[in-house]
Design a protein around this ligand. Sequence first.
Ligand code: DGL
Length: 276
Amino acid sequence: MIFRMSKVENPIGVFDSGVGGLSVLRAMRALMPNENMIYLGDQGHVPYGPRPMEEIQKFSERITRFLLKQNSKLIVVACNTASAAALTYLRKQFPEVTFVGMEPAVKPAAETTRTGRVGVLATPATFQGALYASVVERFGTAVELFQNTCPGLVGQIEKGELTSTATRSILEDALGPMLEKNIDTVVLGCTHYPFVIPLIEQIVGKNVRVIDPAPSVARQAKRLLEAAGMLNQSGERGAVRFLTSGDPASMKSLLPLLLGSQGEVQPFVWKGDREI
Ligand code: DGL
C-alpha cells in the first residue's frame, strides 16, 4: 500500500472530470480539516459521461500518475463516471495505491424507501458500467429504480448555473416522470449534482429524500487513513492546491460559489503522453 511510503502530511489526491468532485472535497474538508489536498478537475475533457470507457480509463490513469508524482498518500476518485469506467482498471495498474471510489448510493436508498420506488440520476457511462449493474444486483432487486442521465446538467453546473431556468427545466424533465411513479428517494449518482440540491428539493418537495453520497465517501477516506495511521492530526488547517486542464480563471471564479472560499488554480497541461 502507498501509505507505507507516505508521510501523514502528504496530500490526498482528488480528481473529477470538472468541478463536481468539489462536492466530495467539501465533505472531506469538513471531516478532515487538517489534511492537505490536491484537487484536479479535468475540465479540458468534461463531460466524461458520454465518452467511451477506454478513454475515461486513459484520462484517469494519467491523472493518477500525476497525483502520485505529487506524493499523494491516497487517491479519491471523486467522480462516479471515472469510478464506473476506471476504478477496477486503476487498481490493477497501481496495485500499491489505495483508492477510494464512488458508486450510486442505491443501498441506503433501498434500505429506507417506503414506496419501494427510487430515482437515480447519473451519467450514461455510469449507468452502462459493470459497477452500476453490480450495485443494482446487490442492493436494488427489491425496489423499482427509475434512471435518468439529465442531459446537459453537468455543463450547466460547470458554468455555475445552479439556479437558472435552463438548469431547472433539465431537472424537471428528469424528475417529473419519476414523481409520477411515486418515488420517495432520489440518489445523486454524479458528483456534480449535489450543487443543485436546493433546486432538486424545490422540484421534488419535502417528502422525497435526496441522497448525496459525499459525506459517506469522506468518512470512508477518513477510516482508511485512520486504520493506516496516516491521518494528519497536526492541528493546523490543511492546504488545498487546485489544478485544471481547462481554464484556471474560470475554475477560480467558481470556487466561492461551490466551496464558499477562494483559491488559486494552476493549469494542468496535457502534452503528448505526458502531463507537465
Ligand atoms: N462528476 C462526474 C460524475 O460523478 C462526471 C460528470 C461528467 O463528466 O460527465 O459522474
